[in-house]
Design a protein around this ligand. Structure first.
Ligand SMILES: [Ca+2]
Length: 357
């Protein structure tokens, strides 16, 4: 017969056997029993804590912003939180943004505007194909942008986008790049006017990046993008060690809320399969100091103290509409003044004539 005892703190459970059983037992079996009990307790405690960790992590996983297997109803059902675009297709194990064939563009975009201010996004993907090294392309991109569902030349998305772009560039377009090996992962922040230059692999607008040997790898590829306290950190886990290495870090980066998450890819003359396996978004709970609480709303993405994000505010100048309205009201004002002046002059003249008589 087995009794289960719960200790006073109600945290651990112990199992004891009833007295009848002990009478029949020898000392050696008691020793075995004691060892089994200790083992049982250890298993109980460790299982409980690992379950707690998992639960804690799950709690912060934001399912509405995540894309996880099975991709039920994705892109088709009205309740789906994601839209598919172009050549993107769903399989049971991944979303293939482009197949290993020429001139394809595919994307997946969230339908829900994104309102987390501190977050962490884990991207699980695979890029593979028949082409030999450096005869493959073009790569994929992860987005958090104002615009969505527009195709174009930046890894299957529009140029002059507004927001964040993380690029996994698998083909070196620019010549003489002895200082960097491809595939190259990088960060760009667009403000609607900055342009990604494909011929230079986006060097002029890059905020940071690193080489990551992800193509045709036996290991799965992971990116981790963390945004907290206005600092963006990009990390990679590409060699199967289950550890993230820092790739880029940008502080003073300001992101507006209400943008859309997406992933896109494109092939040109050179090709690859670009497979997205999951996007897992976690909310980070952070404490904010008074200064951060008082920060005004960010309307346009920018990085503090960076010239390329400096927007000229014409305090003295006026727009065409403002000039027109000003001229119109000035003319009307002068007209009214003129009429009043004439009336007053007429009356003054009249009075003067009356007084004269
Ligand atoms: Ca490139």
């Amino acid at each position: 017969m087995i009794h289960i005892l719960v200790d006073s703190n109600n945290t651990n459970q112990f199992i004891i056997f009833s007295n009848e059983f002990f009478l029949l037992s020898s000392m050696s079996s008691m020793n075995i029993l004691r060892k089994c009990t200790y083992l049982f307790i250890i298993v109980c405690v460790t299982t409980r804590s690992s379950l707690a960790d998992e639960f804690e992590l799950e709690e912060f996983l934001k399912r509405e912003y995540s894309l996880i297997k099975p991709y039920r109803g994705l892109g088709f059902s009205s309740s789906s939180q994601w839209d598919l675009m172009g050549t993107a297709v769903i399989t049971p194990d991944y979303i293939r943004l482009t197949p290993d064939s020429q001139s394809r563009q595919g994307a997946v975009w969230s339908r829900i505007p994104f309102y987390l201010s501190d977050w962490e996004l884990k991207v699980h993907f695979k890029i593979h194909g028949q082409g030999k090294k450096n005869f493959n392309g073009d790569g994929l991109a992860i987005w958090l942008t104002k615009e969505r569902m527009v195709n174009g030349p930046v890894f299957g998305n529009m140029n002059r986008f507004t927001g964040l772009g993380i690029f996994v560039d698998t083909y070196p377009n620019a010549e003489k790049q002895h200082d960097r090996a491809f595939p190259y992962v990088s960060v760009m922040l667009g403000n609607g006017t900055l342009e990604y230059d494909h011929d230079k692999d986006g060097r002029s607008t890059e905020l940071g990046g690193c080489t990551a040997m992800i193509r045709n790898s036996v290991h799965d590829s992971f990116l981790l993008i963390r945004y907290s306290h206005n600092e963006l950190t990009l990390m990679t886990d590409v060699d199967g060690k289950q550890t993230y290495k820092e790739c880029a870090s940008v502080s003073g980066l300001r992101m507006p809320l209400g943008y859309y998450l997406g992933a896109s890819s494109a092939t040109g003359d050179l090709t690859d399969n670009h497979d997205l396996i999951s996007l897992k978004m976690y909310q980070l709970t952070v404490e904010r100091d008074l200064e951060e609480e008082g920060e005004e709303e960010v309307l346009l993405p920018r990085v503090d103290n960076m010239d390329q994000f400096h927007v000229d505010v014409q305090e003295e100048g006026m727009t065409a509409v403002q000039i027109f309205v000003t001229v119109l009201f000035t003319a009307m004002g002068l007209g009214v003044l003129g009429v009043v002046g004439l009336i007053l002059y007429g009356r003054w003249k009249e009075n003067k004539r009356k007084r004269f008589y």
